[in-house]
Design a protein around this ligand. Structure first.
Ligand code: GLN
Length: 200
């Protein structure tokens, strides 16, 4: 099988780290900024950063249609932190047309309070019947406050907060898996992409 082609949305945020991670996992990696660059990819990563800036640039550069195209083709998309906010159908207190409205979750931005701008916490992962614990890095992280029946919780904090969720080919994490040396989460995304590619 060809290497999966992973696009890294590179309009703002910490996209370079994601490039390194997926390159290290053996994918063919591309930066994606222009509408035509959305065409040949098997999966797209939306990095962390500032969701208002990303949202504004998506609208200014007319990229909504390119995302609609991904949705239609059911291309796997992995949103981390600000990227998870962009994936959500519902963002609390956000203006209209803020997010891309792809995943059936409601998310609250900057939801862990000022004193906890950035923290590390243990995450319990449950994927394909296997359990393990990883460390999650949270930076002004959002919180998933509601999820619909079709959304599966793959990772949660000790207090039960869902921090890694999946709906079909969409994966969202409220933490930054690219900032640790543990590849569990990007590997899960690679599995989703490979299964999608195999189905053709
Ligand atoms: N607080 C940022 C936002 O709302 C997300 C932070 C991050 O991506 N690390 O977009």
């Amino acid at each position: 099988m060809d290497k999966p082609k992973i696009g890294i949305f590179a309009i703002q945020g910490d996209f370079e780290k994601h490039y390194e991670v997926f390159d290290g996992l053996g994918a063919e990696v591309f930066y994606v900024k222009l509408p035509e660059e959305f065409e040949g990819i098997d999966g797209l990563v939306l990095p962390g950063g500032e969701s208002p800036t990303m949202s504004r640039l998506i609208n200014t550069y007319g990229l909504r249609e390119a995302f609609e195209g991904l949705k239609k083709r059911d291309i796997p998309v992995f949103g981390t932190c600000a990227g998870a906010i962009l994936l959500a159908k519902n963002v609390i207190d956000a203006p209209e047309n803020f997010s891309l409205g792809m995943m059936d979750i409601t998310i609250a931005r900057n939801a862990y309070g000022r004193q906890r701008e950035s923290f590390e916490s243990e995450i319990e992962i449950n994927w394909n019947g296997k359990q393990k614990k990883i460390t999650g890095v949270f930076i002004r992280a959002p919180k998933i406050v509601e999820l619909s029946d079709g959304v599966e919780v793959i990772g949660k904090l000790e207090n039960g907060d869902p921090v890694l969720v999946r709906q079909g080919n969409l994966l969202a994490s409220t933490f930054h898996p690219e900032l640790t040396d543990d590849f569990t989460v990007p590997e899960i995304f690679m599995e989703i992409v490979e299964a999608f590619k195999e189905k053709g």
